[in-house]
Design a protein around this ligand. Sequence first.
Ligand code: CMC
Length: 372
Amino acid sequence: MNPSDEYRPGLEGVVATETAISFLDVDHEEIVIRGYDLIALARHLDYLSVAHLLIEGCLPSPGENASFTKGVLGHQTWEGPIENVLRNLAPDGHLMDFLRTGLSCLATYDPDLDDHSTDATLRQALRLLGQIPMIVANSYHIKHQQPSILPDPELGYSANFLYMITGRKPTIQESQAFDQLLTVYSEHEMPNSTFAAIVIASTLTDLYGALVGATASLKGPLHGGANEAVMRMVLDMETIDQVEPWLLAKLAAKERIMGFGHRVYMHQPDPRAVLMKELFQQLVHTPEQENLFEMFTRGEMVMQREKGLYPNLDYYAAPVYYLLGIPIELYTPIFFAARSAGLIAHIREQYAHNRLFRPRVRYTGARHLQLD
Ligand code: CMC
């Protein structure tokens, strides 16, 4: 076979692997997670139950839920010198780079680093689900030379994550909104970061290394970096009246508008964005927040009219983060923290059915050059 015959730039539409974890059923506007609809999971279950579903393959019984949760929460203390390592990073660094350094640091303290058995990777999963929120939340405080905030034993997993970020015990409405946000971000079939993770895992390197590669991928503005770009964009518009001229000027300059479009559902609604818009509306309590809601919906209307593009998850997740009082520079690391459940599930699946990724190229360079 001539491999170049099959070339599809960006692997658009290419089936790259088999998975029993998730599938974007675009025609039916459903994100299938191990047979369940992601939006229904987000509405009715909590993040850790969905993480169990992703990683263990089934919804937890009450007993399994208790031991999974205990296993995760048992890892929410600083391990080894990790806090000190983070305190020695450049204060201007991006928090995604703090996170990948934290993950690399965790790897060096894992005695089973090269063990790919289901027992070892489950233990690693529990450790990572506990440690990643701590690293994410506290990287912000560390970067700003503030003391760390450790979990409050009276709070649950998602409430604690939010508490470690803001230093304030969240209301029930805030905890539930944050939990739903984590759940809708938890898994999404084969985005660039998940692909990066399984490609890396296919060399049979360690799980942490595959996650570190995924952090680099997810940081990019065309992927996870879009959520913080969305919030900066809308704040830059300042008023409702500025939304339309701002967007039209950017479109006339052929610029990308962050938070719109998606490789898989380019011209269909992203079901996650629909849920986030609903949550955003529920969190609106003041006239300024109403104003912000109007700005976002005006932006959606302009992009639909001008380009036929729908908002993606990042568009409506950004104001949810904002109304929860989360600093903008944490939006992308929180996306990664939530997605770690899906990533770990895919890495474990790759180990279980491994075949090394090694594609070919269409060569466009010179041939038969002669040395003088
Ligand atoms: N703003 C303006 N035009 C757009 C946008 C956008 N955000 N997205 C797509 N288009 C246009 C693009 O210019 C092109 O138009 P034309 O055919 O007239 O040249 C057409 O839509 C097709 O675009 P494409 O570049 O072939 O599409 P793609 O599949 O390569 O891009 C994307 C997908 C997500 C990179 C792109 O939509 C984009 O850059 N969006 C903004 C960044 C963003 O919001 N990313 C988050 C994605 S969802 C969360 C996640 O998975 O991380």
